[in-house]
Design a protein around this ligand. Sequence first.
Ligand code: G3H
Ligand code: 13P
Ligand code: ZN
Length: 360
Amino acid sequence: MARITLRQLLDHAAERGYGVPAFNINNMEQGLAIMEAAAAVDAPVIIQASRGARSYAGDIMLSKMIDALEEMYPQIPLCLHQDHGNDEATCATAIKYGFTSVMMDGSLKADAKTAADYEYNVDITRRVVEMAHWVGASVEGELGVLGSLEHGGGEQEDGHGLEGKVSREQLLTDPDQAVDFVRATKVDALAIAMGTSHGAYKFSRKPDGEILAMNVIEEIHRRLPNTHLVMHGSSSVPQALQDMFNQFGGEMPQTWGVPVEEIVRGIRHGVRKVNIDTDCRLAMTAIFRKVGASSKVEFDPRKFLKPAMDSMRELCRERFEQFGAAGNASKIKVLPLSEMAKRYRSGALDPRIGGMTAAA
Ligand code: G3H
Ligand code: 13P
Ligand code: ZN
């Protein structure tokens, strides 16, 4: 069995300079696609479930499905992560169901649509860190609000995401505040805002530094070289998938995602976890459209789901290779949660704040 914590996995990724894609799942087919891809290229896995995924599949179904995937692929270190936890209870119940890592997203209030202030974020994140570390689980925090630098708005998916508009300042993580935040909360990983947003409609043109501020990542990494950074909203929304979706009856307006080369640049500057949901959705639903349009008499769901799974598996395999995660699963010796808890208690895993500005 190889259930790994986010912290141990990202420490390994940092030592060896790679990034790990964190794929969202809601169902068995997505879980199988990810694990098949990982096994094919020997990559460690982060599977994440949103609150929406937990209520769609149900906690019992979801956690037993992960148990099954773990049993089927014992050679693959698998981190199960709560995506965008909105409060203490979401994070605590996730851990109860076998999640080895939680995101406490205190950039938004518990309603998951109102921007929170800094003090609220520090306070709730710090408390979740304390609770999670007692049992050895990891915590990702978020500083800065995810949203578009083009129009100042966030995204809303299944009721999660900023509602309305915020200032450009709120949409860009402040590097000095990031140092203070990591010191005050002791998070294991820090999600930062620099112009990405969830969903397919991230950019109205191929992004440049004006609307995808990769320099923010570089600046934060300079000040926090030992902190694992997380990029949300990092689907690339491949043109070929948009085209397939539209060729078979879809009406997706032309859009741009985060180019893979920008993510790879981020990985060179401390990004260790890269969140991808939309690309997996699109890889599957473009195939649903294709099968539906090509055979109008087809009614066996497996005829839709099998090729959709193949399509998602290929996408996952590509990302494992592009981010450098491939070839690393077999190099990790997974530590149990109890050992991680011991290390937290001893202070051995406290954040190491370093770098030019923090020391100055
Ligand atoms: O948090 C964003 C992910 O894409 C999850 O989306 O809330 O629709 O499951 P969801
Ligand atoms: P995408 O919508 O770009 O796939 O982002 C997913 C994400 O950030 C989940 O937390
Ligand atoms: Zn996200």
